[in-house]
Design a protein. Sequence first.
Length: 226
Amino acid sequence: MPERRTKTARSATKAPRLDRVDPQNLAAGYAGDLGANSGIDALAFEALSLETFALDFATVSESTFAGVIADEAEMRSIRIVDSALNGFNVPVLRAARSTWRDVVIRESRIGSAELYESGLRALRIENCKLGYVNLRGSSLFDILFVDCTIDELDLGGAKAERVAFDGCGVRALDLNNATVRDFDLRGADVQEVAGIRNLAGVTINELQLGMLAPAIASNLGIIVED
């Protein structure tokens, strides 16, 4: 893992803008409150073990989910705001065309996350293990990954602005046809990058530049010989 950057370090790259997410005065939520097209407001769910975590087309606001274990999560077109997910463990998350705003996800394990064509704004994702994260065609603003391990992060065709990584490992990053700005990779150990030509707007450190140099040269048609 890369060393953490101190908060006093100066950078021209804009950091994600995040507000504190801490819903208060919540009533107890139960499995029966869940379901497609449901409305979840100011509820706290704890220790749920389900075959399917079902919230397709639902609206979730100012709520918390702690210790959720499910075989799959169906959250297509969900709108979730001002909420926290702690210990959210699912092999498959289907949440295409969903909306996430002011959300915290902590201590979670998600195998495959289908989030294509979604809108994500002001998310903090911390201490999570993520497999394949499909964000193709999505819009991301103010996203911070902290102490996360990500196998594949697919941002093909996405628009991403003020996205940062702190103490993360990313095996493969796909930026094909992506448009990025203030995309700070300095806190990520990235092994592979696809879409080298779309690195404009990405901030890297000198070590990362050295590692990417051969791929950059190849994509630009530069011949390097002794």
